[in-house]
Design a protein around this ligand. Sequence first.
Ligand SMILES: C[S@@+](CC[C@H](N)C(=O)[O-])C[C@H]1O[C@@H](n2cnc3c(N)ncnc32)[C@H](O)[C@@H]1O
Length: 275
Amino acid sequence: MAFLTHPALRCPLDAMPLVLENGSLICERGHRYDIGKQGYTNLLSVQHKRSLNPGDSKDMVSARQSFLSAGFYEPIAKSVMHSVSQAAKSPATVLDAGCGEGYYLHYITEHQQDPLNIIGFDISKWAVQRAARRCHGTWMVASNKNIPLADSSVDVVLDMFGFPDYVSFERVLAPTGRLIRVTPAPQHLIELRTLIYPQVQQVASAHVHPNTLNRLSSEPLTFSVELERSTLKQLLLMTPHMFKTSVQGRSNLERIGSLTVTVDVVIDTFTLAGS
Ligand SMILES: C[S@@+](CC[C@H](N)C(=O)[O-])C[C@H]1O[C@@H](n2cnc3c(N)ncnc32)[C@H](O)[C@@H]1O
């Protein structure tokens, strides 16, 4: 798919505007970033790269793509799309921070009537490679800690099950912009967690946010999905539970054919305080 350049793109090294020249993005100080044939660019600066391949691994990304493409989280995508259409005046710039393999931005562009400028980034190059294959957009490898976009340039920031950096989100949000955040609620995947852990831990509270943001709304969303064992394994692989599951937990999983699992999330919409 084609990489779409955006006037808000900024050099990750000196925050100067990036312009398109012969298939590369260049700032006036001469820093150059190639746009690959796969339709994305890498704007992750070395100081924000803690390992050779940061973020979700190729296997995690592949599991997430299979799981999400099967439509199990479509109610979440639908609700978020509704929140985006309420928040954004057309043509709006919608940024998915930690976009994974692009499922939600793709869903929104496919189902929303109004044209949107979509920008997605993730620290995992495996995730961005897949996202760029899904649809045209401004796709990049980058970090929440150093979002390569101009101040006040984004109408909607999406943070879907991500690792929020509120200072960066607030910097890129336009004064009337919205942050839409999806976080797990207490019953999220409770049946799976009961199966794999000897003792189920409480989900950390979704109600934490900095006082520089005003919460406009908080919508709970709960539904059930019936999952075969192979799909449960994909779900496990795409979540942090994968790394915490005990040997006993894995063997419990091998013994079941299918499981009805509760999906329990909260969709919060925030504005900048004082806007
Ligand atoms: C739980 S996944 C959610 C992916 C996607 N938002 C979704 O809901 O399908 C978290 C994502 O955040 C990415 N990530 C981790 N640290 C990040 C950072 N500092 N900046 C941007 N993305 C990051 C991971 O690579 C992974 O794709």
